[in-house]
Design a protein around this ligand. Sequence first.
Ligand code: AMP
Length: 123
Amino acid sequence: MGYQYDDQNIFAKILRGEIPSEPLLETEHALAFEDIRPQAPTHVLVIPKGPYVCYDHFAQEATDAEIVDFTRAVGEVCRRLGLERSGWRLIANAGADAVQEVPHMHVHILAGRPLGRMLEPAG
Ligand code: AMP
């Protein structure tokens, strides 16, 4: 499946500096910042700087250097925030069923309270 990247999405605007952000971490290929509507005491988003729609697009088309940098950035954020002590959850939403709101590849790091089971029962 071919992915069409929309460069008007909100994370693209953050990356271009059109919307201010306060990065927790910036690496060569990744940026981490707090989610604007936190769902846990710690709710951080990590995005690659490249134009990828979702995880699959990133995995298919990103360079090895981008993938390594992004993966290490996620771990670095968790370490900097001391999350290894109590635990954390990593979520990547893709597409409609997962209710992906922003069509720029990102992962959510959630922590700071007991997070319950992974999914609520289907309602
Ligand atoms: P998803 O449903 O996985 O696409 O999640 C997108 C996330 O981006 C949501 O949790 C939003 O709260 C968050 N979000 C949207 N706009 C911003 C923004 N300007 N700064 C930080 N987080 C944002």
